[in-house]
Design a protein around this ligand. Structure first.
Ligand code: 6PG
Length: 253
């Protein structure tokens, strides 16, 4: 594994062979965070993504040896975004996390703060915004201990798509997302939340991501065209776990 720290920033890139290695590394980071933080903190708040990339990571966390080493009752689970479908649907990000992970570990139900996508984008976003504020006890921008992100081939992250209105949100923590007319109905966390996290972990795998990744890391101002390139926690750390295929167009690696 190679580690590169991008100059002048708090971003670290870890280059790994493949998705399997990314998944193990992510599980290790999660475990380290829980073991190093929980003695001093009462609880941890993490926000997880859907998509295909983190599935193996969730499965690992939900199995031995990870499963037995985490104090699950002290971890609170949130979602980075959600599709507006019932929670039993394959497309549900809740299901993406619940089946391989949350259904297999002793996490109390009250620690699971899902986005109620089935209520529709507006209502679900409003409720989720309120739920986050209630959990963190105030109207300030919350500080998540860990946010797991993925990146789409178009450079979107969470459900923050290039050119969408949600990118400009400054106040709300969660907003409704409509894309392609009626095609996509979702709810997403906003940049103020992503960029206030203590730690952000991007998992990026596969050749189809390589072009956008190269533009984000080497494209100068071009990076701003891609929502994933706009994630830069003000006081936190950001780590990109990238596999060989995704990194194939990065010159200096
Ligand atoms: C989702 C996401 C989304 C995802 C990227 C990457 O629910 O789909 O939260 O932002 O992380 O689209 O998806 P893959 O991991 O499937 O490539």
């Amino acid at each position: 594994m190679e580690t590169l720290v991008t100059p002048g920033s708090n971003a670290e890139i870890q280059l790994l062979p493949d998705l399997e290695a990314i998944s193990y590394k992510a599980a290790e980071i999660f475990l380290n965070l829980s073991q190093s933080s929980l003695p001093s903190k009462e609880r941890l708040a993490v926000a997880l993504s859907g998509g295909s990339t983190p599935r193996r990571f969730y499965r690992l966390l939900g199995s031995d040896p990870y499963r037995n080493q985490v104090e699950w009752h002290r971890i609170h689970f949130f979602w980075v975004d959600e599709r507006c479908v019932p929670k039993e649907y394959e497309e549900s990000n809740f299901k993406t996390v619940y089946d391989p992970l949350l259904s297999r570990v002793p996490v109390p139900e009250e620690n699971i703060h899902r986005i109620r996508g089935e209520e529709g984008p507006e209502e679900a976003a409003r409720e989720y915004d309120d739920a986050i504020k209630a959990f963190f006890g105030g109207t300030e921008i919350p500080v998540f201990d860990l946010i797991i992100l993925g990146m789409g081939e178009d450079g979107h992250t969470a459900s923050l798509f290039p050119g969408s209105e949600a990118l400009r949100e400054k106040k709300r923590l969660a907003v409704p997302v409509y894309k392609g007319g009626q095609e996509i109905h979702r709810v997403t966390l906003t940049f103020p939340v992503l960029n206030n996290a203590s730690q952000v972990l991007f998992l990026v795998s596969g050749r189809s991501k390589s072009k956008v990744l190269a533009e984000i890391f080497e494209g100068g101002d071009n990076r701003n065209r891609y929502p994933a390139g706009l994630v830069a926690p003000a006081h936190g750390k950001i780590t990109w776990l990238i596999d060989r295929e995704a990194a194939e167009k990065l010159r200096e690696i």
